[in-house]
Write a protein that binds this ligand. Structure first.
Ligand SMILES: NC(=O)c1ccc[n+]([C@@H]2O[C@H](COP(=O)([O-])OP(=O)(O)OC[C@H]3O[C@@H](n4cnc5c(N)ncnc54)[C@H](O)[C@@H]3O)[C@@H](O)[C@H]2O)c1
Ligand SMILES: N[C@@H](CCC=O)C(=O)O
Length: 543
């Protein structure tokens, strides 16, 4: 057998397509969207290469058109989950033994399939059932997904080449073994790329996966599974199951072969899972790795030296793109009294120009929120703000769920920096502003730091370098991704590794070598070429 150490292709960010009128990509994605809208898709469980149907199904509907069913997904029983675990463990035998070049090749092919023949499918399915505009879907489902694959291949090979030094007469080698067991990937609705990456980053390092997508992402999950298959990912390496999340999670956590969880979603669910793992620690063969990225209460802080238009634009995009359903979305904003009215006026102009409706109309900037639970929750917060003596709704505030779950982009102004919408993650198109006297800048930074349990993203706007320096220092632990004169959203794989600390997660930085290192358990091998034949230390020789 030939022996080589291959250099992998150098990763570069996938350029987003424009989808401007009269472009080929626009026609193609619209045709695909309409095809999906007018046909009916059944999403089976996918275990060990088999499509498994069950006697129970749940509906898939576009959030912007919720009376129109576009498909159904099958619901697993406990037996199916046990089967998925057994199949994953069987597949592990061959997968761990495959050479790393063969493994990486599968993921590089996957990236090229997504860049080409699967692009319209993955983008259209994300527009249809997660209600993303074409631009947001392109950045997520095409570019970020592709970037995760290409950059992680590059990072993985860098990791493999990290080796210890060896003194004379010995050779030290580090083996980057996959974890001993299977990994559970439990993924959120809001990023198709995250759902895919939580499986592929783990599988790339030689692990096998039981994947439970969000109930609200099942349509694009099916396309992900199709592309996994077409890229040649062997059966059983990633097994997709759907159904009651609590039952699935409990069954997975009960297995002695459970070796880790790769989770993204809300904070309380993550804390619940962590607690269950702790309670069952005696049953596992190995200490499970726990990697979770969760909620945020992401801030924009403007210094009085900031440019008002730049701050307003950062709020328009940072708070309202994808209806604020990004963990990174700006949801609490601190404006100096001196500039606040001007910034709010500019923001109002932007928001009044937003077009709202279905993503099929590519002129729309705002579409629907994901489901009725999210809609009702947001409507409640808006109603409470309307009635509060601490807060007022100054822009937007209407909502309507007759056809789709539409919530107007809403701005709340509060006089109480601890008002509930300054502290709680709402995960929707609602942002709250608090005005502070500009001379209280330093106290304000302490307030920003202490207001919320989260520490995911945050941004400071200023033209004064001393103010930027103060904010960077005082807010050191308030955000895992900190932005200077930029919105707090839109991290790009390979450029801004992403993740937060405190209640926001384990901060293992998706799209970086730091994350991949969590999915290996290293073995050190020391070989001595000429072993000693005498137990005595040298200085004792002759005694
Ligand atoms: N920090 C990040 O990188 C990041 C990225 C995306 C989303 N998020 C967070 O995700 C949340 C939005 O996503 P979501 O609405 O899909 O989150 P969610 O918590 O509802 O669901 C996340 C996953 O957990 C599962 N789940 C739900 N209830 C469960 C239970 N009781 N037991 C076990 N599993 C359960 C879901 O089925 C899904 O797979 C927000 O809080 C957002 O901030 C964080
Ligand atoms: N990585 C994305 C957010 C992902 C969470 O929803 C961003 O940086 O905006």
């Amino acid at each position: 057998m030939a022996n080589t150490i291959s250099a992998v292709p150098i990763a570069d960010n996938e350029p987003p397509k424009s989808y401007a009128p009269n472009t080929e990509e626009r026609d193609e994605v619209l045709e695909q969207y309409r095809d999906y809208y007018n046909n009916y898709l059944e999403v089976p469980l996918h275990i060990g290469g088999e499509d498994i149907t069950t006697s129970n199904m749940a509906s898939i509907v576009p959030p912007h058109d919720h009376k129109h069913e576009v498909g159904r997904y099958h619901l697993a029983t406990k037996k199916h989950i046990e089967q998925a675990i057994a199949v994953a463990m069987k597949a592990r035998e061959k997968w761990v033994a495959l050479s790393w070049e063969q493994r990486m090749s599968i993921f590089l092919k996957m990236a090229d399939l997504l860049s080409g023949p699967y692009r319209a499918k993955i983008v259209a399915s994300t527009m249809l059932c997660q209600s993303k505009t074409v631009h947001q879907a392109e950045i997520d489902a095409a570019c970020e997904f592709i970037d995760f694959l290409r950059f992680n291949v590059d990072f993985a090979t860098q990791i493999y080449s990290e080796q210890p030094i060896s003194s004379k007469g010995i050779w030290n080698r580090l083996e980057y073994r996959p974890l001993e067991g299977f990994i559970y990937a439990a993924t959120p609705f809001n990023f198709t790329a995250i759902a895919a990456n939580l499986c592929t980053s783990v599988a790339m390092m030689g692990n096998v996966v039981v994947w439970k997508p969000s109930e609200s992402q099942m349509y694009s999950a099916k396309i992900i599974m199709d592309v996994f298959r077409e890229s040649g990912l062997p059966d059983g390496v990633v097994n997709m199951v759907s159904g009651n999340p609590e039952m699935i999670t409990d069954t997975v956590l009960n297995s002695p072969d459970f070796a880790g969880i790769h989770y993204t979603g809300s904070t309380e669910v993550f804390k619940g899972i962590w607690k269950k793992i702790g309670q069952q620690i005696q049953c596992y063969k190995t200490y499970p790795k726990i990697v979770g990225e969760t909620g945020g209460k992401d801030f924009i802080v403007a210094h009085h030296s900031a440019n008002s238009q730049e701050v307003a634009t950062a709020i328009s995009r940072g708070a309202f793109e994808f209806q604020g359903q990004k963990c990174s979305a700006a949801s609490r904003v601190y404006l100096p009294v001196s500039n606040a009215d001007e910034i709010i006026e500019l923001l109002k102009k932007d928001i009044q120009s937003f077009k709202i409706g279905s993503p099929e109309d590519m002129g729309n900037f705002i579409t629907a929120v994901i489901h009725e639970r999210a809609f009702d929750r947001l409507a409640n917060y808006i109603d409470r703000a309307k009635q509060s003596s601490d807060a007022e709704v100054i822009i937007g505030g209407k909502y309507n769920k007759s056809k789709g779950y539409f919530v107007e982009p809403t701005v709340i102004l509060t006089t109480n920096p601890n008002y509930e919408t300054m502290e709680t993650e709402l995960f929707g198109p609602v942002v709250t502003i608090y005005k502070y006297p500009q001379e209280n800048w330093e106290d304000l930074l302490d307030l920003v730091d202490k207001t919320s349990p989260y520490a995911l993203t945050g941004a400071v706007f200023s033209k004064d370098r001393y103010a930027i320096d103060e904010a960077s220092k005082k807010l050191e632990n308030a955000a895992g991704n900190f932005y200077i004169n930029d919105k707090p959203t839109g991290a790009v794989v390979g450029q801004q590794p992403f993740g937060g600390a405190r209640a926001s997660g384990t901060n293992d930085k998706a799209g970086s070598p730091m994350n991949l290192l969590r999915w290996v358990s290293t073995r050190l091998i020391k070989e001595t070429f000429v072993p000693p034949k005498n137990y005595r230390y040298t200085f004792l020789d002759g005694e």
